[in-house]
Design a protein around this ligand. Structure first.
Ligand SMILES: O=C(O)CCC(=O)C(=O)O
Ligand SMILES: [Fe+2]
Length: 325
């Protein structure tokens, strides 16, 4: 690796407590929503990224989803290409090969390959519709659906806590999530040669486009988060946790109180890396603008209103190779 590449891809090896861990037990068992809400509010303001433990998702389910993920990416390339996102129309579901989505297109090309799905529905509209699923493997589809449903349940808990953290009724944000856009993604990061060109990276620096993300990462590592000083710090795997991060929609709604933090993945470990992010958004037509509780005379609204679906679709158009002219 040239020294400039090494410098660009390196992260500060920080203790992982720079990215805090929040214990969700009192939220999930219903004993103390307010205590957890207060903690989540603080870390959303200070970091925008946190681990959660005691989240109620069985480790065994996560394990099965990883086995299915590895199985999927080991399919012959031609079989994966039959499920290419370009065949999905506006649902934007399916397989995206290496360099098919570049989240920081001005600087880098993404080495990862991915597979997106959501809740099945017959009718097609942007982000909604049928899933493209591998043929002759109903077990894959079953695990995928089970995992997606589990993530939805955890996301609902977190969103309630976020409402309360803002001093709002616990169902306030949920009103914008009657039929939310959700994306369940599987990711594979082949290990990159340490001499790889600096334009190629696991996933380039980006913020997430949605409301919040629930990420499971395997034990390989490589996730890096940019802190307030502009340094990249590592977010190493922590057993039994998920990584939660605030997305753009939450930053807009809170008028920048909560931060949609830049992050990226660099895998030069020599091992294959897999991760499984779930993106929880708002309803397609939900209006996204700073909430009254986050706006005052001294702190006026920093954003004009936009709709969730249009914002997300525009961000996808910017990053998906098949949508570029
Ligand atoms: O794989 C990871 O650890 C992060 C993935 C990610 O940032 C994303 O898919 O938005
Ligand atoms: Fe991300």
């Amino acid at each position: 690796m040239t020294s400039i590449t090494a410098e660009r891809l390196a992260s500060k090896q920080t203790a992982f407590d720079e990215i805090p861990i929040v214990d969700l037990a009192p939220l999930v068992d219903g004993s103390d929503l307010h205590e957890v809400a207060e903690k989540i509010g603080r870390v959303c303001e200070e970091v925008g990224f946190f681990y959660v433990k005691n989240h109620g998702i069985p480790q065994e389910l996560v394990q099965r989803m990883y086995e299915a993920t590895e199985w999927f990416f080991n399919l012959p390339y031609e079989e994966k290409q039959q499920l290419n996102v370009a065949n999905s129309g506006p649902t934007l579901r399916g397989y995206v090969p290496t360099f098919g989505e570049n989240v920081d297109p001005e600087n880098t090309r993404d080495y990862k390959e991915s597979f997106d799905f959501g809740e099945h529905q017959d009718e097609v509209s942007p982000f909604f519709g049928p899933n493209l699923m591998p043929k002759d493997y109903p077990e894959f589809e079953k695990i995928a659906e089970e995992y997606h449903a589990a993530m939805m349940g955890l996301a609902r808990h977190l969103v309630r806590a976020m409402s309360v953290s803002l001093g709002l009724p616990e169902d306030y944000l949920e009103q914008k999530q009657q039929k939310p856009i959700t994306i369940q993604r599987l990711l594979h990061y082949p290990s990159q040669d340490a001499t790889a060109s600096q334009e190629e990276i696991g996933i380039g620096a980006h913020t997430d486009y949605g409301f919040l993300t629930i990420l499971s990462q395997d034990s390989v590592g490589g996730l890096q988060v940019r802190n307030r000083e502009g340094a990249w710090i590592s977010a190493p795997p922590v057993d039994g946790t998920f990584v939660i991060n605030v997305g753009d929609l939450a930053q807009t709604l809170t008028n920048d109180l909560y931060t949609s933090t830049l992050h990226r993945v660099v895998n030069t470990s020599g091992k294959e890396r897999y991760s499984i992010p779930f993106f929880m958004d708002l309803d397609y037509d939900a209006i996204v603008e700073p909430l009254d509780v986050c706006v005052s005379k001294e702190n006026p609204a920093k954003y004009d209103a936009y709709t969730c679906g249009e914002h997300k679709y525009a961000r996808f158009v910017d990053s998906y190779a098949h949508l570029q002219q």
